[in-house]
Design a protein around this ligand. Structure first.
Ligand SMILES: [Zn+2]
Length: 115
C-alpha cells in the first residue's frame, strides 16, 4: 500500500466518525478477547537505505518468527555504484536489514543467513 491509499482509508474513517479512535497495529500473537495489538508512536519518511519509503514506528517490537527462520538463507547481494567505486551490500532476505559478511543471523529479525 502506498501512502496516498492509506490516506484515503484514514480520511474515510475520520469522515465516518472514527477520528478520535485509538490507532493500533494487530500483532500475530495469541490473545484472549480482542486481538493483541500495539500502539503507533510515529510515521516518518525513510532516509538513506529507506529512501522512498514511509515507516511507521510502534510501541512494541514487531518481530517475524516464521517456522523457516532457522533455515539458512542466502542474503540478498546488491551492488551500488557510488561514483568512483562499487559498494557491495548484503541484505537480509526477510527484512532487508543490512548485514555484514561475518553475520550468521540478521540482527533485526533473527533470520539465519549464509556467510
Ligand atoms: Zn532480517
Amino acid at each position: 500500500m502506498v501512502l496516498s491509499e492509506l490516506k484515503k482509508q484514514v480520511d474515510f474513517l475520520c469522515d465516518t466518525g472514527h477520528g478520535d479512535n485509538l490507532v493500533l497495529v494487530t500483532l500475530s500473537e495469541s490473545s484472549i478477547g480482542s486481538r493483541a495489538a500495539t500502539g503507533i508512536t510515529g510515521i516518518h519518511s525513510g532516509i538513506d537505505w529507506e529512501h522512498g519509503q514511509v515507516r511507521i514506528s510502534t510501541e512494541k517490537k514487531i518481530i517475524s518468527y516464521g517456522k523457516d527462520r532457522d533455515e539458512v538463507i542466502e542474503p540478498i547481494r546488491e551492488d551500488y555504484d557510488i561514483g568512483s567505486r562499487i559498494r557491495h551490500l548484503l541484505l537480509c532476505p526477510k527484512c532487508q536489514n543490512q548485514l555484514s559478511k561475518y553475520d550468521n543471523y540478521c540482527g533485526n529479525c533473527g533470520q539465519r543467513v549464509k556467510k
